[in-house]
Design a protein around this ligand. Structure first.
Ligand SMILES: Nc1ncnc2c1ncn2[C@@H]1O[C@H](COP(=O)(O)OP(=O)(O)OP(=O)(O)O)[C@@H](O)[C@H]1O
Length: 254
């Protein structure tokens, strides 16, 4: 398998706060990877270092052998952040947001050509939002907005896509649509990294996963990552056992 992202022994501090220590991961084309760890374990920081939004104090990141900043400028890497500030009053439409993913393909005047418009429509169709193309983005639900940002990454035709908690606060339809689209993109050869707190849904999403607690505790097949001994190392307890106990008690009470 061709390596898409290579993170070698990076460390990141925010002032006195150590966010990442000596973290290394290798991500290949054609797979969806899960990124799991408790709140504050460094998931967003790792993504920001991969996309080149922050520079590690030590270690290195390469995307297809090039720097993250180069990959971002050429549109090879797309990032869907945890929350994107969109001013509800700002009248930018859904298709205009997705069109920003095409900027790397356009000339300096950023005038969309037919191929750009076709790419935007195809991306919106894939996430099931073509009917809402002309709606102001501020009028969409949280889950629909997430789908718009996934569509922007698709329109960009990035080879690497990073998504920071795309399922947080998202409706079931959007979650199912995003999961299916990410798996199709991986099948087409893209490399996808998704951070999530939903450990129950993880096996249905990601072939491999990375377990983070400031350091990379493990990178392995998702079913190995979800073994109790690994979860206890990452979370200090087994959240899956807790969740199943909770649903058993709910079942008994019903
Ligand atoms: N801009 C910042 N300034 C100072 N500390 C920060 C900053 N961003 C993150 N941190 C700290 O760095 C550590 C890692 O944060 P990060 O956001 O990467 O974790 P996370 O795993 O994404 O968390 P969550 O699951 O809650 O989103 C935390 O201790 C956090 O408080």
């Amino acid at each position: 398998m061709t390596v898409a992202v290579q993170v070698r022994a990076i460390s990141v501090n925010y002032g006195d706060v150590e966010a990442l220590r000596n973290a290394s991961i290798t991500l290949s084309e054609g797979l969806v990877y899960g990124l799991v760890g408790m709140n504050g374990s460094g998931k967003s920081t790792l993504m920001k270092a991969i996309i080149g939004l922050l520079r590690p104090e030590s270690g290195s990141v390469s995307i297809h052998g090039k720097s993250p900043v180069f990959a971002r400028k050429t549109g090879a890497i797309a990032y869907v952040p945890q929350s994107e500030d969109i001013d509800g009053a700002f009248p930018i439409s859904v298709s205009e947001v997705v069109m920003t993913g095409r900027y790397g393909h356009m000339g300096p005047m950023r005038r969309p050509r037919r191929t750009d418009k076709e790419a935007v429509n195809a991306a919106l169709e894939r996430v099931g939002l073509l009917d809402l193309a002309q709606r102001p983005i501020g009028q969409l639900s949280g889950g629909q907005k997430k789908r718009v940002f996934v569509a922007r990454g698709i329109a960009q035709d990035a080879t690497v896509m990073l998504l920071d908690e795309p399922f947080a606060g998202v409706d079931k339809t959007s979650e199912a649509t995003i999961t299916a689209v990410l798996q199709d993109l991986a099948y087409e050869g893209k490399c996808i990294l998704v951070s999530t707190h939903d450990l129950i849904a993880l096996p249905g999403l990601a072939t491999e996963s990375v377990l983070l607690r400031k350091e990379v505790l493990a990178q392995d097949a998702t079913d190995v990552i979800l073994r109790p001994e690994n979860l206890v190392r990452a979370f200090g307890m087994d959240p899956l056992a807790k969740q199943s106990e909770h649903s058993r008690k709910e079942g008994e009470a019903a």
